[in-house]
Design a protein around this ligand. Structure first.
Ligand SMILES: [Zn+2]
Length: 66
């Protein structure tokens, strides 16, 4: 497992049920939720990027990895 990668993380919402996940965007433009290779729990595999709220940043877990 790689604990530290340089891809930017953001929040993405499932286009089917609206569930929000921390996600990454692949080089091809595909948005994939982190830790959920099979997609959303509802079965949806398409996600739309949403802007981070300035008030809460739940994705910010490990900025200090070396
Ligand atoms: Zn869903």
């Amino acid at each position: 497992m790689t604990g530290c990668d340089e891809q930017s993380r953001f929040l993405a919402a499932c286009e089917q049920c609206g569930s929000v996940y921390a996600a990454q965007q692949h080089a091809e433009g595909e948005i994939v939720p982190i830790g959920k290779p099979d997609g959303c729990a509802c079965g949806g595999t398409t996600f739309s990027k949403i802007e981070e709220s300035p008030e809460s940043t739940p994705v910010e877990d490990r900025r200090d990895c070396r």
